[in-house]
Design a protein around this ligand. Structure first.
Ligand SMILES: [Zn+2]
Length: 405
């Protein structure tokens, strides 16, 4: 089985003989006498494409005999020994060629600029990252590495890949010698970087187009650098450019003034919240006062002013504030409740009343069949179950029966 992509990553259309029909994880798969399809290996995802008209959905190296399995989404109609036509998805292949070569350049650039070695590499449809053996780098260093990498791209330097003989290998200064055994394949970016790698690469650095670092993220003792090359870098620039101009239009400002405009909005928002809080407090005090006045007219034989109020669609914190304001009046008992998905009861009294509001609350909660609640003798609250305004009213009246003498 010959892997022809090693010497020629640009051929995407080829004829080969089907030599074995197999299965892989329950799916049909075939082995060809030679192939240009790249199998998932060395951190680089597999190619996709067609064998005759059947989509190739995965390409893997079979453990044991190292055969390249082309995993298909349907069984082939041709028997072994017959020729098949292979077609590789060039956009996907070229994208990985650009990123793999770009990774070699960026890794060498970080060594030269920041003395930072690459200790990890991840490549997928969603993101491309390298991990550097340093916990932090100044933004200027990252820019310098990015600049150097893009100069190497602009140089359009030749990229050579070959399998050196043992004797030749000893004289090559590889960036990192892999621990895995077997025959080493060397990728040489002319005069800049030499490393062992089995992946697919471009023939000249200019084909990469550009390298852009998107962000860095500290991960323990290492630094993860996310980057994009070529068409993916352009797509990223396009999306962000649209976003930035949309933001600027929304803020009716130039894009360079977006941070200042956002700061101004944040400050305004903070001031408005403060003003709103003060107004709400005045409003709640007024509401509490009105409730107390109407209850105070009901001259009770025990001399207390008893306020019973069920609220609908009210924030519990507002109901709590109203109860607190009510019991600032002397000889006052406030039984308040908020209806809703998580209904809430409050039983409170001014210090001079001398009744146990926890016991009153428990009477109210018992109407709902729950016991979750408690507090001080002068201020108790609880709830948490769904209750309508009528059910809140019923609970408050049960609590009121407890405090009525
Ligand atoms: Zn490579």
């Amino acid at each position: 089985m010959q892997r022809l992509y090693y010497n020629d990553p640009y051929t995407t259309s080829f004829e080969a003989n089907l030599i074995e029909q197999a299965t892989y994880n329950g799916q049909p798969a075939v082995v060809l006498d030679h192939t240009y399809f790249y199998p998932t290996s060395g951190g680089q995802p597999h190619d996709t494409g067609l064998l005759n008209d059947i989509p190739v959905v995965d390409v893997v190296v079979r453990p044991g005999d190292e055969a390249v399995l082309h995993v298909l989404n349907a069984a082939p109609t041709l028997p072994a020994g017959q020729p098949v036509h292979g077609q590789i998805d060039w956009d996907r292949r070229f994208d990985y060629m650009r990123h793999h070569t770009g990774q070699h350049i960026l890794s060498q650039a970080f060594i030269q600029v920041a003395n930072a070695e690459t200790i990890g590499f991840h490549m997928s449809q969603d993101s491309i990252t390298i991990d550097l053996d340093t916990p932090a780098l100044k933004p200027a260093k990252i820019d310098a590495a990015e600049d150097l990498a893009n100069r190497i791209i602009a140089d359009n330097r030749p990229v050579r890949t070959w399998f050196p003989a043992e004797s030749e290998l000893a004289d090559l200064s590889l960036r990192k010698v892999p621990e895995v055994g077997g025959k080493l394949r060397v990728v040489d970016i002319d005069g800049f970087d030499m490393n062992a790698c089995g992946g697919t690469h471009v023939a000249h650095t200019g084909e990469i187009g550009m390298i852009k670092v998107l962000r860095v993220e500290k991960r323990g003792d290492s630094l993860r650098v996310e980057f994009r090359c070529g068409a993916r870098a352009l797509l990223d620039y396009r999306e962000k450019n649209v976003l930035v101009h949309q933001l600027a239009a929304e803020l009716t400002t130039g894009y360079w003034e977006i941070p200042a405009a956002l700061n101004k909005l944040r400050d305004e928002n903070k001031a408005l919240r403060k003003e709103l809080g003060a107004l709400q407090s005045v409003l709640l005090a007024h509401e509490a006062d009105r409730l107390w006045q109407s209850a105070a007219h009901l001259d009770r034989p025990d001399g207390y002013t008893l306020v019973i109020q069920a609220f609908e669609d009210r924030d519990v914190s507002e109901v709590r504030t109203i109860a607190q304001k009510l019991i600032e009046h002397p000889a006052t008992i406030a039984l308040c409740g908020a209806a809703g998905e998580k209904a809430h009861l409050i039983a409170a009294c001014s210090d001079d009343v001398g009744q146990d509001m926890v016991a009153a609350l428990k009477r109210g909660l018992a109407v709902w069949g729950i016991e979750q609640g408690g507090g001080r003798p002068t201020f108790a609250q609880g709830g948490g179950v769904a209750a309508s305004v009528e059910e809140v009213q019923a609970a408050l009246e049960a609590a009121a029966a407890h405090v009525t003498r």
